[in-house]
Write a protein that binds this ligand. Structure first.
Ligand code: FES
Length: 183
């Protein structure tokens, strides 16, 4: 190898090594940030009074939290939405409330309630779900979702004699049949 070629080769190798030293931690940092954003953990949130929930009828509620990206922390805003369904008239000690993420398990569009209030539907690819979160058949079409709506942990807490519903927000991997947390 001629001397000039050898010098060129050494210079290129040195540049690549320097770029790697800078780029690898940067990429790692950005990936970590994206992961935090995608599956950020939010502590249990008090989102509805038990007595404001009609029995058997889904009610939508927002989960709020602080969102952050690589450079900024944003003020409190809605980070997710849930569908709450009170299952019985029982008082707080016996009451059962179910919560489902409104994030479609297919590709993460927001599911809404059908006008009949008997099922949830996703506007993106017509995924359809029952009021127990189960996948439903769609009219003559395949339901594109691989699993039902993702249920979320719920607790009923007493606040100065008033029963409130608390939900722990989580996000799950879309497009797979298993319910796998993203956090
Ligand atoms: S994103 Fe909901 S059906 Fe595709």
């Amino acid at each position: 190898m001629q001397r000039r070629n050898l010098l060129k080769w050494m210079s290129a190798a040195l540049s690549t090594a320097c770029a790697s030293v800078i780029a690898v931690p940067g990429v790692k940092y950005l990936l970590a940030t994206v992961q935090r954003e995608g599956g950020q953990a939010v502590p249990p949130q008090r989102i509805a009074r038990l007595n404001d929930l009609p029995v058997g009828e889904p009610v939508e509620a927002a989960i709020t939290g602080r969102r952050r990206d690589a450079w900024s922390i944003y003020p409190e805003e809605a980070v997710g939405r849930v569908w709450l369904i009170r299952r019985s008239e029982d008082d707080a000690s016996e009451a059962k409330v179910d919560a489902y993420s409104s994030v479609c398990p297919h590709l993460r569009c927001a599911v809404s309630l059908e006008p009949s209030k008997e099922a949830f539907v996703c506007p993106c690819h017509r995924g359809r779900f029952g009021l127990e979160g189960e996948r439903l058949k769609t009219d003559g079409q395949r339901n594109p979702a691989n699993r039902g709506l993702d249920s979320l942990p719920v607790s009923i807490v007493d606040v100065d004699g008033d029963a409130w519903v608390e939900v722990t927000w989580q996000e799950f991997e879309p497009g797979i049949s298993a319910k796998k947390s993203m956090s």
